[in-house]
Design a protein around this ligand. Structure first.
Ligand code: 13P
Length: 240
């Protein structure tokens, strides 16, 4: 059976103490799920050390939600890829649309990928079109523009690409299976000459729509936002 990666992006839904408590109260369930599938948790920065400590020896993987494009230096408020590696993260999300909305460019995202690979952290690069771009029929062009700078900087180290249509994030709307098929095939073709690339889908995944996505041969896993904050829902997603 296919071993999907379920990446739980906890965004900034909870403040640190509540986030750590959310983790500790559901640790047993996450641990059980991690015997059935690859589970990766993406809490906010400040919760990472405490959760990393709890995860020592666990098969649950840890990830950060972003990192700096710079190696180290005078970058007030930023967190280096080196720190992300030191705290014990296997993964780091970059290029999430909620960060692109703050002005992050494709070139900055490519620099972040470089920093992560230098520190042996696997980047999860988010790409996706806005509602307007979708309506204009330029989705594939946008995805190419987002992917090209990334493909120039990667080697054969593991890389994850998450297709997250911006209009599907937090909206309970998802693309049709036909659209997903076409788009993921395009991404798979663009990345075919790179080894070690896994494709995820993200955007309003829930226990009811997950099965349909699992019919897609190119999908290697899911990047899950709000549904991952409901442990019962998350369990059903993983076990469906
Ligand atoms: P939702 O699952 O809440 O739509 O969020 C998806 C997402 O942004 C994951 O990174």
């Amino acid at each position: 059976m296919k071993q999907y990666l379920y990446a739980a992006n906890w965004k900034m839904y909870l403040p640190m103490q509540e986030e750590i408590l959310f983790f500790t109260s559901h640790k047993q369930e996450f641990t059980e799920l991690s015997t059935q599938a690859s589970i990766a948790l993406f809490p906010s920065y400040l919760s990472l050390p405490a959760i990393a400590q709890e995860l020592q020896g666990s098969s649950i993987k840890l990830g950060a939600q972003d990192c700096s494009a710079a190696p180290l230096g005078a970058y007030t408020g930023q967190v280096s890829a080196r720190s992300i590696a030191q705290v014990g993260c296997t993964y780091c999300i970059v290029g999430h649309s909620e960060r692109r909305a703050l002005g992050e460019t494709n070139d900055i995202i490519a620099q972040k990928v470089t920093r992560l690979l230098e520190n042996s952290v696997t980047p999860i690069v988010c790409i996706g079109e806005t509602a307007q771009e979708n309506a204009q029929g330029v989705t594939l062009t946008i995805l190419e523009m987002q992917l090209e700078p990334i493909l120039k900087v990667i080697s054969d180290k593991p890389l994850v690409i998450a297709y997250e249509p911006v209009w599907a994030i937090g909206t309970n709307r998802t693309p049709t299976s036909t659209d997903i098929e076409k788009i993921l095939l395009h991404i798979a073709t663009m990345t075919a000459h790179h080894k070690n690339i896994t494709l995820l889908y993200g955007g309003s995944i829930d226990k009811d729509n997950i099965k349909e996505f699992k019919n897609n041969a190119h999908i290697g896993g899911f990047l899950i936002g709000h549904a991952s904050m409901d442990s019962q829902e998350f369990k059903k997603i993983v076990q469906s």
